[in-house]
Design a protein around this ligand. Sequence first.
Ligand SMILES: Cc1ncc(C[n+]2csc(CCOP(=O)(O)OP(=O)(O)O)c2C)c(N)n1
Length: 327
Amino acid sequence: MSRKEIEISPEIQLQLYTLMVKTRATEDRIIALYRQGRIVGGAYTGRGIEGTTVAAGLALAAQDFLFPIHRDLGAHLAKGQTVLNILLQYLGRGNSLTRGKDSGIHVTDTKLNIVGNVSHLGHMIPVAVGAAIGKRMQGENVVALNFIGEGGSNIGDFHEGLNFAAVQKAPFVLIIENNQYAYSTPTHKGFACKYLSDRAAGYGIPGHHIDGTDALQVYSVVKNAVELARNGGGPSLIECLSFRMVGHSAHDDAFYVDKNRMKEYEKKDPIGRLERTLLDAGVLQAEQISAIRQQIDDEIEQATEIALNSPLPEPHWAAEGVYAESE
Ligand SMILES: Cc1ncc(C[n+]2csc(CCOP(=O)(O)OP(=O)(O)O)c2C)c(N)n1
């Protein structure tokens, strides 16, 4: 499928870089808080896939719906979420967006049109397609973008959701984050086709296989897919190839991943890659880097302090907002 390259302004390029650095630094803080025993449950990070999550989130307009999954902090931040709200949520505070219910980034923010995920992989695909069609029925020009892992792409709802989206020409974009491991399962044990994006042909929609560590490429391809969807051209399937640079979650040291392979992918770290590109292009100056990092570190430090000093939920809130009141 041919691709139209788009012009990405220097402002957007810098925004991509800053958000990717912020995502990595926030996740590093989340892991530190987890190891201190302050965060319970799991701590999943998107280390290595920031080029995909941030670029895709930034390609959306404010009115568009974002349906992220467990590694997509970058997309939350790109859609406008604050580090403070993320830390309040992880720390289960009473003043978090879920008021202490649910963990990690399973969090909805109606003001930002971010719809939080449920744990069950793939099950948000039909929901996202439904949201896109529902908004169109209400006369609103909204595109819904959803992520799924390469492992999750084998779930039945992937087929049902994408087929329905194609038939309905839904304003929908599905991104497969192919980070080459589904927990400990490598891709060759997960699927036998060469590219997962080739599945798009079976639905009669455009499919793209791109380098998910190249944030500029991801931004360009997703932006085009979003505009196609917005203009009535229907859904797209975009496979972004990257590498999970850590274990599945904070508890997993990825002993099953070849260490040489891990090293090889460190050279393709999406942040270092974009940094080099922007320096070469003169979009970013070497002396700006430490200032950008310092500003982000200060923001995270301040947010951590506020979040740790925020109240825990009241016990009786646990039963509130769970069931509708009976008449
Ligand atoms: C339907 C379903 N099955 C199993 C799980 C448990 N689980 C959580 S993450 C994960 C690995 C998913 O791999 P992939 O979709 O490739 O995403 P990645 O974690 O690699 O980003 C599994 C098996 C789940 N959440 N939902």
